[in-house]
Design a binder for this molecule. Structure first.
Ligand SMILES: Cc1cc2nc3c(=O)[nH]c(=O)nc-3n(C[C@H](O)[C@H](O)[C@H](O)COP(=O)(O)OP(=O)(O)OC[C@H]3O[C@@H](n4cnc5c(N)ncnc54)[C@H](O)[C@@H]3O)c2cc1C
Length: 455
């Protein structure tokens, strides 16, 4: 297993059920509890685990939810404590939802790492770089070359029946395969160019009770924000905007002004009065990137790829960790049906994982292409779908049932096709053009009635 980020840990959990020994090669050394680490710089920014990801994660690690809560994670009820503004429309609160557990990325990853560390047959090789594949015959990978991060160390070979690359966006499988004489894998890329800036804050007493306030980019305003309650009685404020003229400022005043330009007014007021708890961290995300290994005619046995190393999404849609959960599920199913040593394992995995990636990928790409600033070809279908989604968002600002359906699709619980059901179509068609919002029309959604809350 290469990489001990979320995707690597989840895959290791699955592999531990099928292989006698799983070694996780990670270039970082494990940080202290709840601390961000170098190999995962995005850990300083808001990380929401979508409902589908929560379902899968807690299925893989029974009891994890209570451990997270014990460590300070925040339990939120989306029916009353989440506020979403999408495409400029302040959505109604959803009528039905399971509770969600919110934590910083370091807390979540640390809890998962502890559980993986406790599994029989799992060992961590921390402080080691994976530098290449071992494949005397290019048709089969038989191990990995590693280098310890200590002065004077030499390359070592680690033999393995199966190597899984989960080294994140900078993963080098494509290059490693080319050096073995394989064709370059086709890839798809949308150069979205998003800049992030985040800071943890403590809101003053009496602030709005919301545990998540999310404002997505809207027509004419390619910016977004998330204010997420996390452990330690803190909120993590993440601002994001297209690099082309919408980069969030990093000076404290500019940072707050940028936030106030899109936050609901009561939230903006609370954040302005909040106590800053750390530096403003920044991050650049260049592009959505999907490697299509399933399209290669030849691919070596004994090698799989998962997580951001396979497909990396604009983080604004919070899909990455949930997609890593979906990929772990595919891996488990593939191992169940094909068997750990099977010849067709690789091909079957890439075929199935490709299918699992299709919906989240199309959703992210279509949403990115809805912003005119993002370069890329917009076919008739993408334009039509984006116009339709805009109408569904407008309908969700009036109708809690539509808001619920939309949030289930965004949460990857339901496929996007469920937004084509007659009730949603009718609501979307009923939206008048005059319902188009102004970028700052973000009224506080009505508090749901007691009956709505009981669902
Ligand atoms: C700003 C930002 C915000 C985000 N917000 C969200 C969110 O709200 N929700 C969400 O679900 N996702 C979010 N994501 C995406 C999410 O972080 C990833 O999709 C998810 O963590 C899966 O990543 P991964 O495990 O594949 O890679 P990573 O998390 O990048 O982990 C890769 C690991 O591999 C190690 N590594 C790299 N190279 C080597 C090597 N050669 N040898 C050994 N080890 C190596 C690294 O040290 C690291 O530990 C966000 C991303 C960014 C950038």
């Amino acid at each position: 297993m290469l990489g001990a980020g979320m995707a690597g840990l989840l895959a290791a959990r699955v592999l531990a059920g099928a292989y006698e020994q799983v070694t996780i090669v990670e270039r970082d050394t494990a940080p202290g509890p709840g601390r961000a680490r170098r190999g995962v710089p995005q850990g300083r920014h808001a990380h929401m685990l979508l409902p589908r990801g929560q379902e899968i994660l807690h299925g893989l690690f029974p009891g994890l939810e209570s451990e997270l809560v014990e460590a300070g994670a925040v339990v939120a009820d989306p029916r009353t404590e989440h506020r979403f503004t999408l495409g400029g429309h302040a959505l109604r609160r959803v009528p039905r939802s399971d509770r969600v557990v919110q934590a910083s990325r370091p807390l979540l990853e640390g809890a998962v790492r502890d559980r993986v560390r406790a599994l029989d047959g799992v060992a961590f090789a921390d402080g080691c770089d994976a530098v290449g594949l071992v494949a005397p015959d290019p048709r089969r990978v038989t191990g990995v070359r590693i280098m310890r991060r200590v002065p004077g160390s030499a390359e070592e070979e680690l033999p393995a029946d199966l190597v899984v690359d989960a080294t994140g966006r900078s993963g080098r499988t494509r290059l490693w395969l080319e050096s073995l004489g394989h064709d370059p894998a086709p890839r798809e890329e949308i150069k979205v160019g998003v800049a992030y800036a985040s800071r943890p804050v403590r809101l003053p007493l009496g602030s709005p009770p919301d545990k998540a306030v999310v404002v997505g980019p809207g027509p004419g305003r390619p910016r977004g924000m998330a204010l997420i309650a996390i452990e330690g009685d803190r909120h993590l404020l993440t601002l994001a905007g297209l690099d082309r003229g919408h980069r969030p400022p990093t000076d404290p005043e500019g940072f707050l002004d940028y936030m106030a330009g899109m936050a609901p007014p009561d939230v903006a007021e609370a954040v302005r009065a909040a106590e800053p708890l750390g530096e403003i961290a920044t991050h650049r995300y260049p592009s959505d990137l999907r490697h299509r290994y399933e399209r290669l005619r030849r691919f070596p046995a004994g090698l799989l790829v998962t997580g951001d190393a396979l497909c990396s999404f604009n983080p604004i849609y919070a899909q990455g960790m949930t997609v890593a959960c979906l990929e772990a599920q595919v891996l488990a199913r593939t191992l169940d049906t094909a068997g750990a040593g099977a010849r067709g394992l690789t091909r079957r995995y890439f075929r199935e994982v490709g299918k699992a990636l299709d919906d989240p990928w199309r959703m992210a790409v279509a949403a990115d292409l809805s912003m005119p600033e993002v370069p890329g070809r917009r076919g008739a279908i993408v334009r039509l779908l984006n116009a339709y989604v805009g109408r569904v968002q407008a309908a969700a600002a009036r109708d809690p049932e539509i808001a619920g359906r939309l949030m289930r699709v965004i949460g990857l619980l339901d496929p996007p096709s469920t937004l084509m059901r007659p009730s949603v179509l009718a609501a979307a068609c009923a939206v008048r053009r005059s319902a188009d919002p102004s970028p700052h029309a973000t009224p506080r959604p009505e508090t749901p009635s007691a009956q709505e809350v009981r669902g």
